[in-house]
Design a protein around this ligand. Structure first.
Ligand code: GLN
Ligand code: ZN
Length: 764
């Protein structure tokens, strides 16, 4: 059997983050523009070469970007918000849109579907004008450098517009950003872009391009009938009057919506479906068949998870699909772009445990897997023996598994209702009205980072390190007392990152040396890898929390990262359900909560800033996620005493749709971001009677600006119109680790002042 292979979305940052370094050097002014372009071209060349070397049959082009592919698409079609129009130089303007300039604030950045990649949100005016044919440039580059005919990859018109917004004047005369997808101009805007794409395709055709691939992940969202008809019309317009050029449409992250209408109805030569992330696509093919005049580009190796592909199983899948669509109509590819994965596993040899290595496969290895599957299908190779099952068994922990299996989900709940708990807690903690607190971290100075790194690399002893951390705690406790904050924190100086810190202390987590994944622009993250059953060999936070508490008569909050956040910000196992992984982490944290409580800590905060991120794209799958996400939080603290106060923290603004779930978490107090999107957040509370303790952030910690007392009072006043005064806490939006001390102290001083004033005016 002879099945072709292709791939797309290979990591753009380079094997050793070369692009990141070049970008940052250019922004600092230490390299020239020419040097930046030379480095970028090297990375772009190497990543195409990687595909060629791996023996891929079709090599993509135009899937590299200097900063972000959505931003590339915007600038390609002249989608430039007015505030940047004065910048004539196109590169300066491009970076200004991404990062802001002296005169204009940056475009908004948001998460790409349910991934950890962030794109620059296009701000549309409604018209498009093809300004620079980027795919044409990229196609020519590949032809010249490598002598090959590539397949340009582009963001599809429907996805592009569905992720955009525009400014609209509201009834009060204010400019308000509107999601284009939710507006009545949506269809017209998609058609207008499709028209420009048609021009672009004709230019490509004239240059000898044979096939173009459009990325349309928005096709997996819950589409309406109207959406489907918009898509079909837009594609008709976009592909009109092409003679030789073929168009492929690719989807990923979930199953395609309206399978029959789109797969049969789209006027294109090939359809890409993801067979890794979901089970529906396979069922659709079985049930409805596949059009005889189209090719199927089947995503069969994961672009999102770092686990080695089960070759035998995937060979069977490919055989099955070939049987459905015909051997010559099947092409194998990755499911989801490969940039969600680190560049290559080879960089981890000698660093990661050999057995853990055996379980993994990164972007470069995905290409090798595709090739191997192709060769097994053609009879040139046989399925290699897999050690994965044996290794998995060696990482199993029966006690952990049993503990999770024994959870009775009908009994995950605290032993007393909130009203009784809160009354007891207030008596015991003796807190004033409008208690003040912070979210956990205090500024992480260069010195703190240096000492932590020195300890990690063995340059200083544990004693030296420990002394330094304790001194920092002494200072921050004293500072908070001087500021007269009511509930203190220890400052989190020992933590580089709120997930990494816990992952490193638990069994079942691995950390790569070079496993960088692009989060946005030049920013990369190294997600932990949860590879085995999770357990906690010893307390993780008790020492420093107890130490901080020993210094003061005021309560110090224990500070933990919640189970759903730990899992959502890691690569997690797929051989068991996500729910099981989350529950394993929850049980480990439950032990930590118990230990903190037994050590005399009376307030424990369990942060869940990533709660919303794990929400499945399809509505039909959201309820199940919300259930176990809420349960996992409750599992961690269900058994604490009535008098132990549980806090949580979340920081994003779009939680209207989740307010019910957040309430169901039943934490005694929640602190959440509110200052950046006041109107929206308050709106949620107008419609929902939130009767647990709550602190809506009174100032934005993302800015160095020091808010005035009055501004903060203003936030509180608006909040207490819809929230009971006896439940309201006063705190910043998020942790302070990215701020400097000077502005932090000034801002907190004003915050405490605001609390004083509120107490005075509310009591009288
Ligand atoms: N406790 C953490 C901190 O203050 C919370 C961080 C977050 O919400 N992302 O840094
Ligand atoms: Zn936060």
């Amino acid at each position: 059997m002879n099945i072709k292979t292709t791939y797309y979305g290979f990591p753009k940052i380079g094997p050793n983050r070369e692009l990141k370094r070049a970008l940052e050097a250019y922004w600092k002014g230490s390299i020239t523009r020419k040097e930046l372009f030379t480095e970028a071209e090297t990375v772009a060349f190497d990543r195409m070469k990687a595909g060629l070397d791996a023996g891929m049959d079709v090599i993509p082009s135009n899937d590299f970007s200097l900063y972000d592919f959505m931003l590339d698409t915007s600038t390609m079609f002249g989608v430039i918000p007015k505030r940047f129009a004065g910048i004539d130089d196109t590169l300066d303007r491009y970076f200004a849109m991404a990062r802001g300039s002296d005169t204009a604030i940056a475009c908004e950045m948001t998460k790409w579907f349910d991934t950890n990649y962030h794109y620059i949100v296009p701000e549309l005016s409604g018209t498009f004008k093809l300004d620079k044919n980027r795919p044409l440039y990229s196609f020519k580059f590949a032809k010249k450098q490598l002598g090959i005919v590539t397949r340009p990859v582009l963001v599809g018109p429907f996805t592009f517009v569905s992720l955009s917004k525009f400014e609209q004047i509201d009834t009060q005369g204010d400019n308000k950003p509107v999601k284009v997808w939710e507006s009545d101009r949506f269809a017209d805007i998609v058609y207008s872009l499709a028209g420009e794409y048609n021009r672009l395709l004709k230019e490509l055709e004239a240059e000898g391009v044979q096939c173009v691939q459009f990325e349309e992940p928005s096709f997996v969202m819950d589409l309406t009938e109207t959406d489907v008809s918009v898509i079909l019309q837009a594609y008709k317009k976009m592909t009109a009057n092409l003679s030789t050029l073929r168009v492929a449409v690719n989807t990923c992250y979930e199953s395609i919506s309206h399978y029959r209408d789109l797969v049969f109805g789209l006027p294109v030569a090939a359809i890409g479906l993801d067979f890794v992330s979901n089970e529906e696509n396979l069922k659709y093919i079985e049930e409805f068949g596949f059009p005889a005049n189209k090719k199927l580009i089947a995503g069969v190796v994961s672009g999102r998870d770092p686990w080695k592909t089960d070759i035998a199983k995937t060979v069977d899948l490919a055989k099955f699909l070939a049987g459905c669509v015909g051997e010559s109509n099947l092409v194998m590819t990755n499911a989801g772009p490969l940039f969600h994965l680190p560049y290559t596993l080879k960089a981890e040899r000698g660093h990661l445990d050999d057995n853990v290595m055996e379980l993994l496969s990164f972007a470069r290895e995905r290409l090798e897997e595709l090739k191997l599957i192709q060769e097994v299908l053609s009879g040139n190779k046989s399925v290699p023996h897999s050690q994965v099952d044996d290794i998995r068994k060696s990482f199993a922990n029966q006690d952990v598994q049993k503990r999770v299996a024994d959870i009775d989900e009908s009994k995950i709940s605290r032993h007393h209702p909130f009203s009784e708990r809160y009354k007891k807690q207030c008596e015991l903690l003796k807190l004033p009205m409008f208690p003040t607190t912070t979210i956990g971290s205090f500024p992480q100075t260069a010195e703190v980072r240096k000492i932590r790194a020195a300890y990690k690399s063995g340059k200083i002893s544990f004693c030296e390190y420990d002394l330094f951390i304790k001194n920092s705690i002494d200072e921050v406790v004293k500072l908070q007392e001087d500021l007269d904050i009511d509930v203190l924190v220890h400052g989190e100086f020992e933590r580089t990152d709120m997930v990494e810190y816990f992952g490193e202390k638990m069994i079942g987590f691995a950390f790569t040396k070079n496993g960088w994944v692009q989060s946005y622009g030049s920013r990369c993250v190294r997600p932990p890898i949860i590879y085995g059953d999770v357990s906690r060999p010893e307390p993780m936070t008790v020492d420093y929390t107890v130490y901080a508490q020993s210094l003061t008569g005021r309560p110090v909050k224990g500070m933990l990262t919640g189970p759903i956040t730990i899992v959502n910000w890691s690569f997690y196992r797929r051989d068991i359900t996500k729910k099981e992984v989350v529950y394993q982490v929850a049980m480990a944290l439950k032990d930590e909560v118990r230990d903190l409580e037994q050590a005399g800590i009376s307030i424990i905060q369990i942060d869940e800033p990533a709660f919303r991120e794990g929400l499945p794209l399809k509505k039909s799958k959201q309820e199940q996620y919300i259930n176990y996400a809420v349960n996992s939080f409750k599992l961690t603290n269900m058994d604490v005493a009535i008098s132990t106060q549980v806090h949580t923290h979340m920081c994003y603004s779009e939680f209207n749709e989740l307010i019910q779930a957040i309430y169901a978490m039943d934490s005694d107090v929640i602190s959440m971001e509110a200052s950046r999107s006041r109107g929206e957040v308050m709106g949620a509370f107008e419609h929902f009677d939130y009767d647990h303790g709550i602190g809506l952030g009174v100032y934005d910690i993302h800015s160095p600006r020091i808010p005035t007392v009055d501004e903060m009072i203003d936030v509180v006043r608006r909040a207490v119109r819809v929230i009971d005064v006896s439940l309201f806490w006063i705190n910043p939006d998020c942790g302070l680790k990215t701020r400097g001390y000077e502005e932090t102290i000034a801002a907190l001083r004003n915050m405490v002042q605001a609390a004083y004033e509120m107490r005075k005016t509310t009591a009288s």
